[in-house]
Design a protein around this ligand. Structure first.
Ligand code: HXC
Length: 261
């Protein structure tokens, strides 16, 4: 039934943006295994659906997600978590080809902060709360909270957050580069994220996919290889109809009409 659904789905008015809403409000969207399984399913469905051009991922007003489910984890043993690759399925999200826009309101703690960092573009409210509080539980982050966070905000600030569990608000997250945009006081972060999604949905899907892929390679490759990767992808776009259309439309002073080919 609908109340069992841990991830709700809807669409933007023009249908081009899939909106996924974490729906476990009583546990502040603690990321249990069933929740993550449903999230992966919905992400994969959206990625396969031709009518979807971008994905918005959000939670509730009080919590985007308060972390991995502590009650589910607390009695687990090493051999079990190692053998089952506990929480390994979180990495599936990084194979989604379409842009994922995160909209954070309230708590993004531990795994919630890591989930936010798995998004491609991240928006938050000024008073959102970001933290990696794993140290307070006798562990460390396990889904990017020491790696992606360090890439985003630098070693000094990441070390501070990881070793002290320090909380930062959305405004600070914006200043530090943990998020792409901080919405204004009184603006709805989900609406703003959908607008970003609709903007992206207005461009050719092949170029959008290539842009996401190329930026992601910047985190994986040394600069010379990354630049070569970028150039290859750039060249490949000259094989698309959308490149002819986009440049043709500019020259003819008209709006382009993308075919996503
Ligand atoms: C399980 C959680 C939870 C969590 C909240 N709840 N966070 N359950 N796992 N991560 C549950 C509470 O137990 C409570 O259930 C209900 O949600 C409401 O929470 P309260 O604590 O009563 O709310 P409040 O007093 O407003 O405090 C909010 C809070 C606090 C500050 C966010 O809940 C909190 O500190 N949560 C834990 C945050 C945390 O440490 N996250 C990191 C987890 S480790 P009941 O049944 O009592 O109503 C992690 C590792 C990631 O994420 C590894 C990834 C690979």
């Amino acid at each position: 039934s609908a109340s069992d659904r841990l991830v709700l789905t809807s669409r933007s008015p023009n249908n081009s943006v899939a909106i996924l809403t974490l729906n476990r409000p009583k546990a502040l969207n603690a990321l249990s295994s069933p929740l993550f399984e449903q999230l992966n399913e919905e992400l994969e469905k959206a990625d396969e659906d031709e009518s979807v051009k971008a994905i918005v991922l959000t939670g509730g007003e009080k919590a985007f997600a308060a972390g991995a489910d502590i009650k589910e984890m607390k009695d687990k043993q090493y051999a079990e978590v190692y053998k089952t690759n506990f929480l390994g399925s979180w990495t599936k999200m990084s194979s989604i080809r379409k842009p994922i826009i995160g909209a954070v309101s309230g708590y993004a703690l531990g795994g919630g902060c890591e989930l936010a960092m798995l998004c491609d573009i991240l928006l938050c409210t000024p008073n959102a709360t970001f933290s990696q509080p794993e140290i307070t539980l006798g562990i460390i982050p396990g889904a990017g909270g020491t790696q992606r966070l360090t890439h985003l905000i630098g070693k000094a600030r990441a070390m501070d957050m990881v070793l002290t569990g320090r909380k930062i608000n959305g405004t600070t997250a914006g200043e530090w580069g943990l998020v792409s945009r901080v919405v204004g006081e009184g603006e709805n972060v989900v609406d703003e994220a959908v607008k970003v999604g609709e903007t992206i949905a207005g461009f050719g899907a092949v170029a959008v996919q290539a842009g996401k892929e190329a930026v992601n390679e910047a985190l994986e490759l040394p600069l010379d290889q990354g630049l070569r990767y970028e150039r290859k992808l750039f060249h490949s776009l000259f094989a698309t109809a959308d490149q002819k259309e986009g440049m043709g439309a500019f020259a003819e002073k008209r709006k382009p009409s993308w075919t996503n080919q």
